[in-house]
Design a protein around this ligand. Structure first.
Ligand code: ZN
Ligand code: ZN
Length: 125
């Protein structure tokens, strides 16, 4: 895949951002260095990058968010403000795969779990 300036700028931003930003947030950041880029173009590039396996798309309450961490990992999402953080646990992956290796004709080969709760700032409200 040809890494255009636009795609490079998107990847560069996501490389150092672990908040799983949405299209709007990525657009706001990328347009600082590429002022002529449109939100639609950012969105199209994000989709291509996710399709090619450079990025991962995560759906949080109906909103697409993106991250550059493509290795399997779990997520914890705040039910109140939709803040999302990563949770690493190979044990959980291995346990899940032991639990369901085959299910209704599916052969299972990877597992990512989403946990829901309340983040600290929402808990203090
Ligand atoms: Zn919260
Ligand atoms: Zn993540």
């Amino acid at each position: 895949m040809k890494l255009t300036n636009q795609r490079a700028a998107i990847l560069e931003f996501l490389k150092d951002n672990f908040d799983h930003p949405n299209v709007e947030e990525i657009y706001e950041n990328v347009k600082v260095s590429l002022p002529r880029i449109t939100k639609a173009t950012v969105y199209k590039n994000l989709k291509v990058l996710a399709d090619k396996g450079f990025l991962k798309e995560v759906n949080v309450r109906g909103v697409s968010r993106f991250e550059a961490k493509i290795e399997p990992h779990h997520h914890i999402i705040c039910k109140t403000c939709a803040k999302i953080i990563d949770f690493e646990s190979d044990d959980l992956v291995n346990y899940s795969l032991k639990l369901i290796k085959d299910y209704k004709g599916f052969r299972i080969n990877s597992a990512e779990t989403t946990f829901f709760g309340k983040c600290r700032s929402c808990d203090e409200l």
